[in-house]
Every structure is written in C-alpha cells, then in structure tokens.
Design a protein around this ligand. Structure first.
Ligand code: ZN
Length: 303
C-alpha cells in the first residue's frame, strides 16, 4: 500500500489541532496544502497550455480561520501532477494569521476532514471508497458533529471495515460503481473531445453500443486499456483526493450533499471512461493533457 503510513501521519494526528483551532475561535488560520500543490510549486517551468497561458495554475480558498491551497485542473501541467501515479495524497498542515474574511463553518471543515480520513483508509479501493463516501454522508446528515466523529471511528475499526466491504459486495459489482449506464455515459463531458481527437476513437464505438452489450464492451475496454488495472485504480484514487480537497466535499449546506455526491460520481466516471478508452498512446502526459482539456470545456458546469 503506497505511502499509507505517510498519509495516515499527515491526516490523522493533526485533526485534533484543526478542530481545536476552530473551536477556540483563535486568531490563526489553519492552512492545508495538498501534495500536488507542493509539486507544482517546485515545478517552475512555464506550462503555456490553453488552460493557463503561462500563468500559475495554483489556487487558494481563504477564510478568516482556514486557507486551502489547490490547483486548476484545467491546466495540463496541474492535471498531470494531480493525477500523478507517485502522488502521496497527503496534506501538509500549518498555521497562518487570521484575516478579515468570512469564517469557514467548523462543521463544514469537520465533514471534509472526516471524508479525507475515509480516503486515507480506503484509497487503494476507489469504487469502495465512493460507495462509502455516499453512505457516510447519508448517515451523517442526521447526526450532530460528535456523533459524526463517533460514526466514523466505528467505521474505521478493522472488523467493521470488513462489514462495510461485505455490504458493498452484496449490493454492487465493483466494476460497475458508480453505475455505468448508456444515458449516463452520453452525458459525460468527454464526448465533447471525441470527435476531434483520434486518441478517443474507442469512445465513439462505445457510443454506438446498445445498453445490453454495454457491460461486456466496458469490461473489454478495461482489459485492453493502455493503463493497467493497478494504474487505473491509483489514478482514480488520486483524482478522488483532489475532488475532496478542492471542492471541500461534501460541501455546504447539508441539503446539497447528495447532489454534490452525484456530481462527484459523474466526474469519476468521466475520468474512468477516459482511462479505459486510451490505449496505444496511454501515458500520464497524454492523460493529463486530455483531461485538462475536457475539464476546461465543460466540467466547470458541474460545481
Ligand atoms: Zn497550463
């Protein structure tokens, strides 16, 4: 399990510090810097893609009590770093001075952090992780903040992790989650690139597949992708880390959690589809460039 201990140490021991800072209303801001930001800060070569035009792809979200660094997925260089197979998917925590800005609600930060704990525990199994994120926000919606922490601590116990795995395998096929359906696939932003990019020829064929034959065709594509099954899992895991960090998943208010989860599923399916239709020219450079282009064209509407 790649860098698991690093991920654990980066996310878990500090959480009490983060909660305490929020609870004490102190004059500092917690600062979270995901590892893809650190790599981009070190990679100072200008990119010059249509997404950044040589401007920095780095972004920041600022509140009085919290600063979150991230990057624009629409930049090819940023997309390559975010999806990078060697990513540790860790967060560096620090503190900064509080500014005269609106405050980030403590329960919003807490839910985001709890989802990141789930990520750390299940990052090597992205389909299971997505199922658990959906189930966790459904159950947590009716709970107070302490009950949410207790629920998650119960989930992370070894015995209960196994129960969760069994629940998932009983109700879903791992290679069909999020569910792959023709109408869902046809709505993916990826189609906007298919007609003009010869690397996506397989995508056009998928479009003409009937609902009945779709699962069979999907499995064939998974097996003939230029990305190995292990690579597909790692890249999807890295993308989930980005989605959790960048969008503060599950977001705010509680009434929008389910909608935000549906968007997360569509985003993941979009990347998964790209991964399986890429074959001979499959490498991280090509993937990052295509995914950034796709993101730039239409992903912004999935906020
Ligand atoms: Zn760029």
């Amino acid at each position: 399990m790649k860098n698991k201990s690093t991920a654990d140490s980066a996310v878990k021991p500090k959480r009490k510090t983060a909660y305490a800072a929020m609870a004490n209303n102190q004059a500092t801001a917690s600062v979270w810097t995901p590892d893809y930001v650190l790599r981009l800060q070190q990679n100072i070569q200008p990119c010059g893609c249509p997404g950044c035009n040589n401007a920095s792809p780095l972004m920041q979200f600022r509140w009085r009590n919290h600063v979150r660094y991230s990057a624009d997925m629409g930049c090819r260089k940023a997309a390559i770093e975010i999806l990078n197979r060697t990513a540790s998917c860790t967060i560096t925590f620090s503190e900064g001075a509080a500014e005269s800005l609106p405050e980030l609600a403590a329960d919003r930060l807490q839910m985001n952090q709890l989802c990141l704990h789930l990520f750390t525990a299940f990052r090597t199994e992205p389909t299971l992780l997505i199922y658990l994120l959906g189930r966790f926000i459904r159950e947590a919606a009716a709970l107070d903040t302490q009950q949410r922490v207790a629920l998650q601590e119960a989930w992370l116990q070894p015995d209960f992790r196994q129960t969760l795995r069994l629940d998932f395998s009983r109700s879903h096929s791992p290679d069909d989650y999020p569910p792959v359906r023709l109408h869902t696939l046809r709505e993916l932003p990826l189609w906007s690139l298919a007609e003009e990019d010869r690397r996506l020829k397989k995508l056009e064929k998928l479009k003409s597949t009937g609902e009945e034959a779709l699962r069979q065709r999907w499995r064939e594509l998974e097996n003939t992708s230029g990305f190995s099954a292990a690579a597909q899992q790692e890249i999807l895991g890295n993308y989930l880390f980005y989605l959790l960090c960048h969008h503060f998943f599950p977001g705010n208010p509680v009434e929008e959690w389910q909608k935000n989860f549906a968007v997360l599923c569509r985003r993941v399916l979009n990347l998964k589809t790209l991964l399986i239709v890429m074959s001979t020219e499959a490498n991280m450079e090509n993937l990052g460039a295509l995914f950034a282009d796709c993101h730039r064209k239409v992903m912004a509407c999935w906020r």
